[in-house]
Ligand binder design. Sequence first.
Ligand code: NAD
Ligand code: IPM
Ligand code: MN
Length: 349
Amino acid sequence: SRVVKLAVIPGDGIGPEVIAEAEKVLDAVAAASGLSVEKTRFSLGAGRYLETGDTLTDADLREIASHDAILLGAVGGVPGDPRLRDANIERGLLLTLRFELDHYVNLRPSKLYPAVPGPLAEPGEIDFVVVREGTEGPYVGNGGSIRRGTPHEIANETSVNTAFGVERVVRYAFDLAERRSRRLTLVHKTNVLVHAGGIWKRIVDQVAQEHPGVAVDYLHVDAATIFLVTNPGRFDVIVTDNLFGDILTDLAGAVTGGIGLAASGNINPDGAFPSMFEPVHGSAPDIAGQQKADPTAAILSVSLLLDHLGLRDEAQRVTRAVEDDIAARGSAARTTAQIGDAIVARLQA
Ligand code: NAD
Ligand code: IPM
Ligand code: MN
């Protein structure tokens, strides 16, 4: 039977709570299909930093990279915790993994499942995917400040957009659009960010010539937030830079019934490095340790992981079990574990 070597990083806050449920579901689907999952657990995040002072050592990175895929919960402590002031766990851990493992596609699907109560009165059909660039843009850390703390402080954060980096993610987005409803929307802010926006627009226009069957349009990011609320059905594939993609996908999560349902994959399409799957949400310190977190986003991330590994049947079984559970959700509050158990039960039914 097939063996999958999986690195598991539960992380901080609700991370371990939702990952426990995601693992239950993965174990159940593996058992049913004769798949053997060899897990290595990595204790990383704010907790590890406070104990040891380490964020991610070279040895951690090398060991993680030797796996077939990574499942991550969430990392980051309570915003403003003074003990974490010098740490920046998000950059030192999460972004380092995305950059070092060349996760240039951050894939974030958004779907409004039937019977899910969302904030929109007439949502229509919502089913789109945000292809968020994962290794460049304003996230690269190419910044600095001088005269810190003085009235003359100057702080810069540079957005880095390379032809190589933009073209490869744009090509991925067009290929995805070909397999979906053949509509692709570039989101940027070309009216103001003329250099960064310019390279994105030119490369999209170029690659579009190779995909005459794909209808291409463009929206400024501010207008895109309007349409995500007033007419989300207009979207199929959205391709955008790292920061805009971050913001749009929290909004997309909210519009499709809550951030507790939003899954993601940090993909290295070339297969040179393991891809990493995680819920879109963070460590949610406000509800951590209370079994209040919805593990569905983490469980749907397992489905994306299985699909990425070519285990399509297994991926679909997980998605279907989640859909069945979502369709049957009433208004009664359930614990994190109760939701996980219910999805496992649907899987085994
Ligand atoms: P967050 O996503 O953790 O929380 C935002 C809101 O959504 C909170 O009210 C939270 O309770 C709620 N929420 C999140 N996940 C939920 C779930 N599964 N079920 C129910 N409710 C849920 O965002 P934040 O508060 O801005 O960030 C908290 C920490 O997490 C910060 O340190 C941040 O940097 C980090 N973070 C990490 C990741 C990641 O690891 N991928 C992603 C985002 C934020
Ligand atoms: C996300 C998070 C991260 C991001 C942070 C924690 C670095 O918000 O995965 O969406 O901005 O990419
Ligand atoms: Mn985010």
